[in-house]
Structures are given as structure tokens and as C-alpha cells.
Design a protein around this ligand. Structure first.
Ligand SMILES: Nc1nc2c(ncn2[C@@H]2O[C@H](COP(=O)(O)OP(=O)(O)OP(=O)(O)O)[C@@H](O)[C@H]2O)c(=O)[nH]1
Ligand SMILES: [Mg+2]
Length: 309
């Protein structure tokens, strides 16, 4: 019988969970940036090997803060852990573990029998595996020796051994997804994330945290030029037309996203289109605009829509 398991990727912000899920799946499933708390949703990436199917669930980085927005992200992470068979705990070897790392280890301690640890960024300057091991033997003491692996997600090193360790403890089961799938994300979510990724990587200070992307309208255009609502997929789709908004918290932030003479929004749009062409086969036309969603991070209804559980 083959194996099948949900594997939650868990760890502090910026340890490289999303970089890792992308390497494991061989596709850009989740957006990556140097800004902490980039991931806001549980994002699935599917891997099929001879041993069976593993469904990886990328999660928001675990951070200690009482802010409404952070608490929502922690809820997403908590739920993904609860709903998964296995946990892949990711640490950053180039940063000494502090109280926030201890909080993650304490959360995972009761789950140690179904946890595999990846000590990431072994390529980085100052990476210290011995320090990470010492931390783990103290704070995740039940972890078996062969369940802790050195990796570099960025350089694609150590991934096969990591997968082998996960398959070794995965339960038996039938695959949930057909082999042709590597993610189950909706088209509109994926497009919004690609745009957000390109925006985050170009903007500074508080802006990456202050923005989200909303797909306002989406139509497929068939080979005869007939337009269809995105929900009614025509057989042959030759093009996709999308109108999206980058939404910021304050009126004063709009100008920074638009840039001088519109240069910033133009660069975000072009880079997003380049990414989207790699993901989708269709020709994509993107109408990208900026608007204000006042203080959306403090608004329950907005948060429910943006950080879906
Ligand atoms: N040197 C090095 N950098 C890495 C590695 N993996 C990820 N990074 C970098 O670390 C930063 C954060 O990577 P992400 O994959 O977005 O981290 P994350 O854990 O998903 O972060 P959140 O979504 O905010 O929780 C990016 O700048 C990555 O390029 C690695 O193996 N080595
Ligand atoms: Mg991430």
C-alpha cells in the first residue's frame, strides 16, 4: 500500500518555509520575500513519488504579537497543524534560537512523534548546525536523531533526504489528488498572490504588511474573442483578462505604490505578468490599480476575507 499524508510546514517568519515548499514541488507554489510574515494563508503543494503522495501545507510564520492581524495568521497556522498528519518544522541555522523559537518548539513538543525537522539556510554565512541541534535536544527532546536534517532550500540541497524521512513516517493511504496537480489554489488567489509578491519585493518599510491584492474582475476570452465569466470556463481558453487592485491601508500610501509617473505600479504589473506567463498557458491581460481599504488589518470582515481559515 502506498503512503498519503498532509504535512504542515511550521516555523518562525522568514525561516524559508515557502522557499522550501517551492523546491519540494518544483514549482512556484507560494510567494517568497525577505519581509517576515509574507505567507498569510495555508497553501497546498502536492508531491507524488513512488512511495505515495505528500500534500505539503505552507503556513504563516509563527510570531508572538497580540495584534489582531498576527493572531489571525497564528490561527491559520494552528489549524493547519491540527489538520495535518505530519509536521515539518523549519528552523533558520543562521539565526540563534530565541524565545520565539522556544515557543514554536513548545507547541510542537507534543507532536514530536510525527515531526521531522529541517535546519535550513545551511549555505548562509554564520549557519550553525551544532547550535540548532543543541536547542532541539533541549527543547524538542523526543526527536529521533534521523528526523533532523540539514538543508538549503535556496540551493536545493538535502531535499531528497528530507522527503525520505517524511515518507518513512507517513501513514498508508490513497492519493487525494490526481498526479497532474501540484497545487489546489484557485486561479484568482494565485494571481493575487503573484501580484502581492512582486509588490512586496519592491516596496519598503510598513508597505509590504499594509497591502493586499483583490481580483475585482476576471474574464476568459475564447479563440473567437467571446468573453466568459471566469466561473463559466469555456472549453478552449485563449486569453484571460484580469482587473486587480492593490489595496493599501492609508490614502497616503497610494502614491508610493503608484510611484513617480506610475513607474512603480508599472514595474509591479510587468513583473507579475512575467511570473504569470510561467504559471499559466493563457495570454494574460492585467489591469492593475491601487485603492485604499482603510485600516483593513483592524477590520474583522476584511480579515475574514483576506486571511481565510
Ligand atoms: N541563504 C538562504 N536564504 C534562504 C534559504 N531559504 C530561504 N531563504 C531566504 O529567506 C527569506 C525568507 O524566505 P521565505 O521562504 O519567504 O520564508 P518563510 O518562512 O516562508 O517566511 P514567512 O512566510 O514570512 O513565514 C527569503 O529572502 C529567502 O530567499 C536558504 O536555504 N538559504
Ligand atoms: Mg512563507
Amino acid at each position: 500500500m502506498k503512503k498519503a499524508a498532509f504535512v504542515a510546514l511550521v516555523g518562525r517568519p522568514s525561516v524559508g518555509k515557502s522557499t522550501l515548499i517551492n523546491q519540494i514541488c518544483g514549482e512556484k507554489v507560494a510567494i517568497v520575500s525577505a519581509v517576515p510574515q509574507t505567507t498569510r494563508n495555508a497553501i497546498r503543494g502536492i508531491v507524488n513519488r513512488e512511495q505515495g503522495q505528500l500534500i505539503f501545507v505552507d503556513t504563516p510564520g509563527r510570531h508572538n504579537s497580540e495584534k489582531k492581524f498576527n493572531k489571525k495568521l497564528m490561527e491559520v497556522s494552528g489549524r493547519a497543524i491540527d489538520e495535518s498528519d505530519l509536521v515539518l518544522y523549519v528552523l533558520d541555522a543562521s539565526r540563534a534560537p530565541g524565545p520565539e523559537e522556544s515557543a514554536v518548539a513548545a507547541l510542537l513538543a507534543p507532536l514530536v512523534a510525527r515531526t521531522v525537522v529541517a535546519v535550513n539556510k545551511m549555505d548562509a554565512h554564520g549557519a550553525d548546525y551544532a547550535l540548532a541541534k543543541e536547542f532541539l535536544s533541549r527543547e524538542l527532546s523526543g526527536l529521533a536523531e534521523d528526523r533532523c536534517l540539514k538543508i538549503s532550500a535556496r540551493n536545493n540541497e538535502g531535499i531528497d533526504a528530507l522527503l525520505a524521512a517524511l515518507y518513512a513516517i507517513a501513514p498508508e493511504g490513497d492519493p487525494l489528488y490526481g498526479e497532474e496537480y501540484y497545487t489546489d489554489q484557485e486561479v484568482d488567489f494565485r494571481i493575487a498572490e503573484v501580484i502581492r509578491g512582486q509588490a512586496i519585493n519592491r516596496l519598503r518599510q510598513e508597505l509590504p504588511h499594509s497591502l493586499y491584492v483583490e481580483i475585482a474582475d476576471m474574464e476568459f476570452i475564447d479563440e473567437h474573442g467571446v468573453r466568459f465569466a471566469a466561473s463559466k470556463l469555456p472549453g478552449a481558453r485563449s486569453a484571460l483578462w484580469v482587473r486587480a487592485f492593490i489595496i493599501v491601508e492609508r490614502e497616503s500610501q497610494k502614491g508610493m505604490v503608484v510611484g513617480k509617473g506610475g513607474a512603480m505600479i508599472k514595474a509591479i504589473r510587468q513583473a507579475a505578468l512575467k511570473d504569470l506567463r510561467l504559471i499559466f498557458d493563457w495570454k494574460i491581460d492585467l489591469d492593475l490599480r491601487v485603492k485604499t481599504g482603510k485600516d483593513w488589518r483592524h477590520n474583522d470582515a476584511a480579515l475574514r476575507r483576506i486571511v481565510k481559515l
